[in-house]
Design a protein around this ligand. Structure first.
Ligand code: ADP
Length: 250
């Protein structure tokens, strides 16, 4: 579904992504691991259009999508989740979901969210859909709480919920587990697996928690120093001498 070919992203003389090549299979939940500074987030940002690559290419279903803007990729169903922006903290969890535009929405992503807010908040159909999403993610009990007041794990579920409002096809999740307690992490893992199995979403997940990665991701891709070191099941990756070296070197 995604093919990355010899991708480079340089910041001045520093090569954060340094000739990375990889493929993401449609229907997979692919894990992206690697020591801090390996270039994982930079790679995500280049694929998702947040950063322009220095060189190299990204293809989606055979189409060259290199350098497209996030809102253009959003129309194609490629989405990178972001933390709930500060402006959205004073709105309820349900309202946060209702403000996500359908993929058909024009304009740039964020301005579309703002412009559509008023209309959408009155839309029964969208409200019903938001309630379905809340139920699916088992966070319907916090529907009327302000987004700024929910826990870190619940915010992650809300981020996931926003992708569900958009008919996403491939979702990039960055550090889903950071600061999230074990119970909620399990809920997040279940939600990802169900979205994958029941709705056909493809996921690419950056996460440091190896239990989480081992439980839901296959394959796992390991990066170090801007390059892809190895790909395989988590057990294969853990036994790979280049991977062991890269982790020991940090
Ligand atoms: P990871 O997600 O694997 O921890 P990152 O992609 O965040 O790695 O970072 C890779 C390297 O690129 C790091 O050394 C980081 O300091 C550097 N880097 C990331 N973004 C920038 C930037 N905007 N300007 C300069 N250096 C950056």
């Amino acid at each position: 579904m995604i093919r990355v070919e010899n991708l480079h992203k340089h910041f001045g003389g520093f090569h954060a992504v340094d000739g990375a090549s990889l493929t993401i299979a449609e229907g997979s939940i692919t894990g992206l691991i690697g020591p801090n500074g390996a270039g994982k987030t930079t790679l995500f940002n280049v694929i998702a259009g947040v950063l322009k690559p220095t060189s190299g290419h990204v293809f989606m279903a055979g189409e060259d999508i290199t350098g497209l803007e996030p809102h253009e990729l959003f129309h194609k169903g490629l989405l990178r989740t972001f933390q709930i922006a500060h402006e959205f903290h004073s709105m309820t969890v349900r309202e946060n979901l209702m403000m996500v535009p359908a993929r058909q929405a024009g304009e740039r992503l964020m301005s579309a969210w703002f412009q559509r807010a008023k209309v959408r908040l009155e839309d029964e159909e969208i409200r019903r859909r938001a309630d379905e999403v809340l139920e699916f993610l088992t966070i319907d009990h916090i529907a009327d709480q302000k987004a700024g007041q929910i826990s870190g794990g619940q915010k992650k579920l809300l981020e996931l919920g926003r992708t569900m409002m958009t008919d996403a096809r491939i979702v990039f999740l960055d550090e889903v587990g950071a600061g999230v307690n074990r119970t909620l992490l399990n809920t997040i893992a279940d939600a990802i697996v169900r979205l994958n199995k029941e709705r056909g979403y493809t996921f690419v997940v950056i996460e440091h928690d190896m239990d989480f990665i081992g439980r839901i991701c296959d394959p796992v891709i390991c990066m170090a120093e801007g390059k892809v070191l190895a790909e395989g099941t988590l057990d294969e990756i853990k036994a790979n001498e280049h991977v062991i070296e890269a982790y020991l070197g940090t």
